[in-house]
Design a protein around this ligand. Sequence first.
Ligand SMILES: Nc1nc2c(c(=O)[nH]1)N[C@@H](CNc1ccc(C(=O)N[C@@H](CCC(=O)N[C@@H](CCC(=O)N[C@@H](CCC(=O)O)C(=O)O)C(=O)O)C(=O)O)cc1)CN2
Ligand code: MET
Ligand SMILES: [Zn+2]
Length: 746
Amino acid sequence: MAVVSRSPFPASTILGYPRIGPRRELKRALESYWQGRSPVGELRAAGAGLREAAWRRLAALGLAGLPSNTFSLYDQVLDAAVMVGAVPDRYRGPVAEDVCFAMARGTGGLAPLPMTKWFDTNYHYIVPEIGPGTAFAFDGDKPLGEVRQARGLGLETRPVLVGPVTLLLAAQAAPGSPASFSPLDRLDDVLAVYERALVALAAEGVGWVQLDEPALVADRTPAELAAAGRAYERLGSLPGRPGLFVASYFGDLGAALPVLAGTPVEAIGLDLVRGAAGYAGPGALEGLGGKIVVAGVVSGRDVWRTDRGRALSALAALRGRAGQVVVSTSCSLLHVPYDAEREAGLDPWLRRRLAFADQKVAEVVELAALNARGATPPPTAPVMVPAREEVAEYPGRSPYEVRAAAQAGHLGLPELPTTTIGSFPQTGELRAARAALAAGELDRGAYEERVRAEIGRAIAVQERLGLDVLVHGEPERDDMVRYFAEHLEGFAVTRHGWVQSYGSRCARPPILHGPVSRPGPITVRWAEYARSLTDRPVKGMLTGPVTIVAWSFVRDDLPLREVVFQVADAVRAEVADLEAAGISIIQVDEPALRELMPLRREAQGSYLRWAVAAYRRATSVAGDRTQIHTHLCYSDAERILAAVDALDADVTTVESARSGERMLREPAVAGFRRGLGPGVYDIHSPRVPGVAEVEAALRRAVAALPAARVWVNPDCGLKTRTYEQVEEALANVVAAASRVRAGARG
Ligand SMILES: Nc1nc2c(c(=O)[nH]1)N[C@@H](CNc1ccc(C(=O)N[C@@H](CCC(=O)N[C@@H](CCC(=O)N[C@@H](CCC(=O)O)C(=O)O)C(=O)O)C(=O)O)cc1)CN2
Ligand code: MET
Ligand SMILES: [Zn+2]
């Protein structure tokens, strides 16, 4: 049983690398395939080319341990579900890629699986569906194919798989499962598949396999910890298997560390950036025994250069306790852009401080060389400005009921008011105009004319369809965070710094590097222009302070809370200016409210208190007659309903359709006394919902909530859709709302 000879673990590695392509080649290949403009062979070739380029780049940077199977056409959790055969029958079909895309995006009459946040990142994964009857079976095409491709290039790799415990904890119970069922109940069956995977990889000559278990850095019940122990005891006892490296990231392992250390796995990965505080405690690293520690000292979650002193002292602290110390990134580099060298437009003083994926790989290589020499320079103490003592409250708004009465008289909305979340389709012409503006081929005046034309188009469509509360459509924004960052002091934006958010969709997170302030109004003229085109109310549209910070790379020399408050003050000034300009409804989006929430429960209460305080700071400047809306998506808002209530917004629109209407099943929601708009259809899928489907969703909402408070809206903004899809879908939304209104009266 004992493994006789094992290849040594390389001295430097990374847990994963971006895959969208330095020039978003994968995005273009995917979208071209989805639009029927190119055959599947072209997509496969694009994937192979990107993998080859990534491995060659990593090898050229001097990295010793190359990962494989970190590429994905859509999502690595979806790939893991496919690998274990957790493919619901309704999605099955002859072309592997199409099965995967059907699960991720839906097809024909088939809705996709839900999508949700990957821990506290802005990356979204596809939630696998697992039931008591799921027939697991090993499908090794992808991991084996990548190992073979790399070997064909003369490169040995370490395949990376989502670990069995994290896969099951990330999954949802298949519809129709008994209430007592949870996917983790199927652990033994899934382990049988992982055993087959390990055997197949060993037969392929693979020396090490990486199993990602980030779920172990969150609070886990004793039963879940025991399941993790059982899983790695069993996989570790498999005869003839490759070396096992269990990677944890996004925090410290806490009670899961001794559990893992007690199993036969040879290597454990620790996040020594996000988990640093947890591992600094007395005795936290005792009991690592002879394990190899893959030390994540280079952050995969920020864009700053690594403090060499701090990294080396973390490595030195491990050297006495671990069998071998391998230098690595704290998590996959999926969450950072490729290469800071391409950002020629940034101020040199800022660029010198930056490290994107390739710079971080170089840091790993350099630190591994220093680690091998046993280097231990003293750490340079971080300069951290002390946090303000207390959260200032902002009086100003009357109790909700008083405001609701004032707004009802003033706005004159029907029951079940219809609205949208803010963005309208970003057309090709609009994006082309923005690209031309950036390239200096279009002057600002002509560009803004184009933006006004788009606003006119969005308003005309909404008036024609009969929506009650209109939006200007956000055509001036390439992105709801980057746009504000461009207009605030203290931020820099990149030109090429794309990071995958889901599937083919990417964002360029701004870099928040200094004190934040608002030099002048940002959105007011767009809102005013929209209002000038219609007699119906137009919502002003802003991004909230938590979300602006969550979707940016943030300075690390100031407590996060302080940074969020600075942004809140800038948003507050914009709310005041919108109100002064006569905008009577102002939406301040906080889709990332849950994203910044600490993974450990003990820290969550205090986070929610200051996050809510920041939101109130941003919005409480509005008078009673001004209706404040907020919007949350991908946030499991039903789980933080008390915090949503505490935001003190008058109306909250939330994702519901894509998350299986969990919001409506939450008992506490029946007592939610503010306006609430649970999305009546999923905007991520290109398929258009029929009127009966929307009507049924709306009837379920009206049955679950106090009907007088229900708003009618899609799950999220419409920017990723086409006008054709949007007009048809919104016509059905308006028709469904009038049918339900008529039914309620009759
Ligand atoms: N930051 C962020 N995070 C978020 C969201 C969000 O809106 N923003 N929404 C949620 C879901 N995540 C999403 C993330 C991205 C997109 C999205 O649509 N991204 C666009 C890019 C948006 C953008 O910045 N567009 C730019 C650049 C567009 C572009 O590709 N231009 C071409 C040229 C255009 C042409 O000539 O046609 C190019 O640069 O090559 C613009 O419009 O100006 C995409 O990947 O396609 C949607 C949802 C949660 N997280
Ligand atoms: C990811 S939440 C999006 C909210 C934004 N107002 C929009 O409609 O696009
Ligand atoms: Zn949204």
